[in-house]
Design a protein around this ligand. Sequence first.
Ligand SMILES: [Zn+2]
Length: 500
Amino acid sequence: MNLPNLKNPHIFQKVGRVDRKSLSNCDQLLLILTTKPAASDLKQLPSSDKIQRLLRKSPSRSAPSFKTRLSNTRQTLIVSKSIAKDATAFEQLTLGRKLVAEACRETTGSVGICVIGFSAEQSKSIYNCVIAAALAAAFQLPSFKSKKQKGSIKSLRLLGAIEKIDTSRVEAEAKGNNLARWLTTMPPNKMDAITYSDLVQTLAKANGWSFKRYGTKELTKLGAGAFLAVAQGNENDSASILRLCYRPSVKTEKIDLSLVGKGIIFDTGGTNLKPFQSMLDMHGDMQGSAVAVGTLLTISELQLPIAVDCWLAITENRTGPVAYKSQDVVTAANGKTIQTVHTDAEGRMVLADTLVLASRDKPAIIFDYATLTGSCVTAITTYYSGVFTNRPELHPRLKHAGRISGERVWPFPIDKEFMADLKSETADFLQCSPKAPGDHILAANFLAEFVDSNTPWIHMDLSAGDNDGGLGHVNSKFTGFGVRYTMSAILDENLFKANL
Ligand SMILES: [Zn+2]
């Protein structure tokens, strides 16, 4: 199995007034206007009289839009939509996805993007959001169709900007998000636990990260009984915890950031088998690990001067004669004992030991990602993901990172009293509650038992990881949610070096 082609289409830029020649290089032009475009702004465009006429004819007064074709040799299709000057990042990303979808209805090659009538700051943000959508749409997700699919976006042309736009971050984020979505979409027979581990090793080699695989023998020595309980149901000895290390050229002693991800290659639910509908998309239950490795790729592409570890907990959750079951008692790598209740609550089991291992090196902050609970979806739908932290004073900043990245999150509590719902007669605590509501909150409180309380930790329950029709800039069901978010958390909110 080869890694996907993560190369983004080339981005050309032509600063200043839009001329006919630049337009004639585009098969499609995505034109973004304000909801009340001024005639003086439109004058910057060729055929501005025609555009004004089309805008007047728009069925919507509050959000005018139109489509037209230029009479040049390419018959350039202009798709125009408008957006409010105070639109959020999520709204800008969503606009980008819709524009790109309209343009991609026909064979594309060279797609122009032009933003007119906004302040320099807003304009930069909109260009970046539409680029993010175009790079997501241009990427080829795994396809096993016998017939080749039609060609997609080959290049992007930014037209009409006041100054050159720095696209390095959006391009690096696109690579991370595309990788995460590609891995998550892979059919489970094409990418099993071994193939996944091998792919990650190839990726590590290509990017100069160190790679270590902790197989079941080493994990037994480390006492990782919670992870191994889930792994024991695998048909083959294929489970492992992977550790990747990205180190910048600048010498650093301590680890600035540790990324941890749940990588359940296929979740049958185990002995407590899932019904058909709940099991259907369970090849996507490794998305947390895909987001962790996608985020590492983005950081590495940007050559950020921070030392980052990435820990991936990779196994299947299978049913079978030796699979773990309710009432088993296991000991995790930090010595705490767990009474198992429901074998479908395997995510917290594999993360428990992985968080213990990640904590041992005392990173400045840990982020973990997991498609962990159905109750998080019930609580906040698939439009937001849930976040939890052992530093509740961070809640406003966590929400803010969601707002500015367009990957929106909402915080939930971690408090000692929740552990009363996980009280066990035979072990330190229960794996989950047989009846209590708020499983996403109980799961996070369970995980907190495996993180050193001196280490700031953020847990993301990826309820927005799977959204039919896409979300924000992303047009696929699996969204790779978390890569953009984390980049905002570390670059815009500076969470990794905050004095927590
Ligand atoms: Zn499960």
